[in-house]
Design a protein around this ligand. Sequence first.
Ligand code: NAD
Length: 250
Amino acid sequence: MMLEGKVAVITGAGSGIGRATVLKFVREGARVVAAELDERRGEEVVREARESGGEAVFVRTDVSDFEQVEAAVERAVEEYGTLDVMFNNAGIGHYAPLLEHDPEHYDRVVRVNQYGVYHGILAAGRKMVALENPGVIINTASVYAFLASPGVIGYHASKGAVKMMTQAAALELAPHGIRVVAVAPGGVDTPIIQGYKEMGLGERLARGQMRRRLQTPEQIAGAVALLATDEADAINGSVVMTDDGYAEFK
Ligand code: NAD
């Protein structure tokens, strides 16, 4: 069990990459706070985690609200006594050609994808320092932090910010022994890419991977689990390309 004894908070835990990570983490011996906006999805993943013999609790969390993220972090300490891993993963997409964009959509994407990660870094960083428990903070970036694609300008902006926040936070939290890293998935077959498929770009997204198929949430969860182990201690301030070669292929 690669994560035996670890306590983790996972945001966006109810679907896709977050859900797969909750299930992977409990299988590997971690205890998990599943932080998710959608109550039904959050409760469902916790039920699945428990059925598999794992320990998990659901905390309804909107990551765009700092106090709710703080509450999820606090719950980890109340429930399991500490905090070792913070996975800032919740994210949304909004797909529309640039000239048809509504600024409100841009605002919402940035509130969730950028502020959500910032809130998680801040809440977890403060808690790990207070507990004197140097853990790891893992953020979900994207190949779209590096490469442009049509219809998702707010998403690009938010993921570019995640990339730079990962490096900046790693620098500032290093004196406390805390690592901050990110994963950058390529195209992963989850509900978030539905809008992309509806714009007729699903095939293009699948072709982007070197193996010419969409990734699975489980592939990304596997990489997140590796980064959460003490064996990944040398990896800090990095955005790890978990993209099946997407960025290189382009
Ligand atoms: P998903 O839609 O399957 O899961 C996202 C989850 O986040 C959902 O359960 C949703 O309810 C939750 N969520 C949305 N807003 C929230 C909020 N304000 N607070 C808390 N939870 C909220 O999508 P996914 O593909 O699993 O996405 C997970 C992360 O991976 C996102 O940050 C996304 O940008 C990133 N990502 C996805 C892909 C891809 O192709 N699927 C590629 C690169 C990066």
